[in-house]
Design a protein around this ligand. Structure first.
Ligand SMILES: [Zn+2]
Length: 178
């Protein structure tokens, strides 16, 4: 049965189309960060998100937060990047281990994200999976980005226009400094 939907619902769904960085075991992945800041959000440990990723917490009225379900939550981050292996823009999504590593790199380069690339090395498997993030002087040039970077804020539904609302209704997704 057809039904009317709000324009915002369409935006949210179309925003799911993005290329995500796949970090493979034993492989080093070189990336350049294209956003000033990452965004932070929460996921529940159940599949259901786009492309098999965990279900994102929907905030105030999230059915997966409601008792008796209450799956628990994990903090995740996402940022727009340039991937050197395919010379394409992608979205890097990850947990605290990866993004704390990036945060340390940003600090080492005094906040100058344009000055360095990161090399992420994934080792181990399952619960023993480890990620190391090593910053190196950048080889990225803006002209290497042939198509526009992904708009992470839009993909994850971060609305910069309604920042005032966040004080009353804490969102599941926030823009955070590195
Ligand atoms: Zn939730």
């Amino acid at each position: 049965m057809a039904k009317n939907v709000g324009w915002s619902a369409i935006q949210e769904n179309s925003g799911e189309r993005a290329d995500y960085v796949k970090l493979e075991a034993g492989k080093k992945t070189r990336l350049h960060i294209l956003d000033e800041n990452p965004i932070q959000f929460s996921v529940h440990p159940i599949a259901g998100g786009a492309q098999g990723r965990p279900e994102r917490c929907k905030g105030k009225d999230c059915p997966f937060c409601a008792k008796p379900l209450d799956y628990g939550k994990k903090t995740r981050y996402a940022v727009s990047v340039f991937a050197f292996d395919t010379n394409q823009p992608k979205v890097l999504e990850g947990g605290t281990q990866i993004f704390a590593g990036i945060s340390a790199a940003v600090e080492a380069y005094e906040g100058q994200t344009k000055a360095f690339d990161i090399i992420i090395n994934r080792t181990g498997a399952g619960l023993e999976t480890r990620y190391t993030v090593v910053p190196v002087p950048t080889q990225y040039k803006p002209e290497m980005l042939k198509v526009e970077k992904f708009n992470v804020a839009k993909i994850y539904g971060v609305s910069t226009a309604t920042d005032d609302d966040t004080t009353d209704h804490p969102s599941a997704i926030d823009e955070v400094p590195f």
